[in-house]
Ligand binder design. Structure first.
Ligand SMILES: [Zn+2]
Length: 151
């Protein structure tokens, strides 16, 4: 190790510097802590958070892209959860990705709910008027819109 005061090379574990007499007790632990900190830069994220950030981002894209087909109803919630978890990442890039994933997931979920509700209303009105065929009703029942019609 090197003396913290004069910078000369001294034997590892020395209590005092043989050149300038500086007290070196405790310096070894400090050096080790610095080495550990240097080995894992702040940008390196060793936790599962970076995976969550990526998952949240992907689910966010799927949610928004699929929101017109209600896909966001199923992917939006996990997208939000993973994005929030991904924000714990110490990597700024992954944090930004998670933040984007959160926005996309929320939009995907909201648009899906709006589209689904609107379609539900339209189908209900059409069914009440008797304008929907049996096949159409079966299709809507298949995607989760189940309407009882009195014919
Ligand atoms: Zn010294």
């Amino acid at each position: 190790m090197y003396c913290k005061k004069c910078g000369k090379m001294v034997e590892d574990g020395s209590a005092f510097c043989p050149y300038c007499g500086a007290d070196l007790r405790g310096q070894e632990e400090v050096n080790e802590a610095i080495e550990v900190a240097e080995a894992t830069p702040a940008n390196e994220d060793n936790g599962p958070w970076k995976v969550f950030a990526l998952l949240g981002f992907i689910l966010g894209i799927v949610s928004l892209a699929g929101s017109l087909f209600f896909i966001g109803l199923t992917t939006g919630v996990p997208g939000i959860v993973f994005s929030i978890l991904g924000k714990k990442s110490s990597n700024p890039d992954k944090q930004a990705k998670a933040a984007k994933g959160l926005k996309l997931s929320i939009w995907g979920l909201v648009i899906s709910i709006v589209v689904y509700t609107a379609l539900f209303v339209v189908v209900t009105i059409l069914a009440m008027n008797g304008t929907l065929s049996e096949e159409a009703l079966k299709f809507f029942e298949f995607i989760g819109i189940d309407i009882e019609v009195n014919r």
